[in-house]
Design a protein around this ligand. Sequence first.
Ligand code: GAR
Length: 196
Amino acid sequence: MFKIGVMASGGGSNFKAIIDRIGEGDLEAQCKFLITNNGGCGAVGHAESYGIPVYHISGKTHPDTAAYEAALLEVIDRYDIDLLILAGYMKALPVSLIKRLPDRILNIHPSLLPKYGGKGFWGIHVHEAVIAANEKESGPTVHLVSEEIDQGRILAQTRVPVEDGDTPETLAARVLVQEHALYWKTIKEYAAQIGV
Ligand code: GAR
């Protein structure tokens, strides 16, 4: 049984998909905490329903950058986690945090990286760019987090067709279904690979 912590910002559907798989016994892990930078994050209610501690740490709660980083590290260090899972976390991680958990931080991104990754490519903006470029396929990527945004080693991808008449929203919804199927399996495989 390995231990994970999760960071999320938005709707929280990836977080829910992961903790549901843990609840079903498909993913033999314990989720020790949720960190969010957004008090309205959809993941908060899901965490509370599973009794998972929630920490709200953001520029609002900690306006001083050093205090913000220290607060994040304090939570990370308090729980002895094997993997940190970014599940729709929309803020770049401080380098100090990335260095604390080398090759132990996973992210899911809603495009076939290396395409449509990096600064400015997050959430719906990714799908807007994919449609504007007339791509015929897209799909989620799970990758390790390194100091260069969206450039860490790719662990898994799923190809999803872009349909005629797709809007960023319809494409996002089709990709999101595949994210939910891909992320927990990739976490499971990676944990087995690194022996945690
Ligand atoms: C997901 O599509 C995820 O891939 C994307 O945000 C969405 C969050 O949905 N993440 C990024 O763009 C990170 N750069 P969720 O809150 O419902 O899981």
